[in-house]
Design a protein around this ligand. Structure first.
Ligand code: NAG
Ligand code: NAG
Length: 207
């Protein structure tokens, strides 16, 4: 099913081309790969176990980033759920989530890894972008605590977002919370985000 991401994500690249008007041309890489999935479980794993799994997927991504950069790509777009997979319940995905701040905070996680708590995924993505001088577009999970002062706050006291992030030279430059919770029943999934004043999106069918 990962293969099906490929042609439609090319649309993202085409849209990005519109947005990078300042450059005459740029090269983009779209990376597809078989995501290493965690075991299906209702019981949340520890944060460490979660990160071990995500680290394996980022290892795969790292090779692709290096290769793309070596071949002159300016940006690499990686698939939805490419870091932790999709075999989760609301509870079991929790250990995989990080606090992803608003990009306005001007943050290079590779330089200041602890500024927003324990955020090893953002740190690695940031370092990949920085060390290879390439934009990295990735999909991961954001978590925001809330409480009864917010009538919309879910009973478990947190919002969870399927989130797209973009790193430029290590800096977090875009964050998009997907509007629709991903559910296996949904016929198609779309990922949309604003980057350089343009809305870019990527849609694809799930089986
Ligand atoms: C899944 O479970 C098996 C058997 O318990 C274990 O060997 C394997 O390491 C687990 N995989 C992950 C990704 O945790
Ligand atoms: C509840 O949430 C608000 C907004 O996030 C925060 O300012 C406040 O400190 C929280 N209250 C408690 C008791 O945690």
């Amino acid at each position: 099913r990962i293969r099906s991401y490929f042609p439609k994500c090319v649309a993202v690249v085409a849209l990005l081309a519109l947005s990078v008007g300042v450059l005459d041309t740029f090269s983009a890489a779209v990376h597809e790969y078989t995501v290493i999935l965690p075991n299906r479980t209702e019981t949340p794993v520890s944060k460490e176990e979660g990160f071990l799994l995500m680290n394996k997927n980022i290892d795969v991504l790292e090779k692709a980033v290096k290769l793309a950069a070596k071949q002159g790509a300016h940006i690499i777009v990686t698939p939805e759920d490419g870091i932790y997979g999709w075999v989760f319940t609301r509870e079991s995905i929790y250990p995989y989530l990080e606090d992803i701040p608003d990009p306005g905070v001007n943050w290079i996680p590779c330089r200041e890894p602890w500024r927003f708590g324990n955020t090893p995924v953002q740190q690695r993505l940031s370092c990949l972008a920085k060390d290879n001088s390439i934009y990295v577009v990735a999909n991961t999970g954001d978590m925001k605590p809330c409480n009864a002062s917010d009538p919309q706050c879910p009973p478990d006291g947190r919002y969870q977002y399927n989130t797209d992030v973009v790193f430029d030279s290590g800096k977090l430059v875009a964050r998009y919370h997907k509007g629709v919770e991903s559910t296996p029943q949904k016929q198609s999934r779309c990922t949309t985000m604003t980057w350089k004043q343009r809305v870019v999106s990527c849609c694809y069918q799930t089986r």
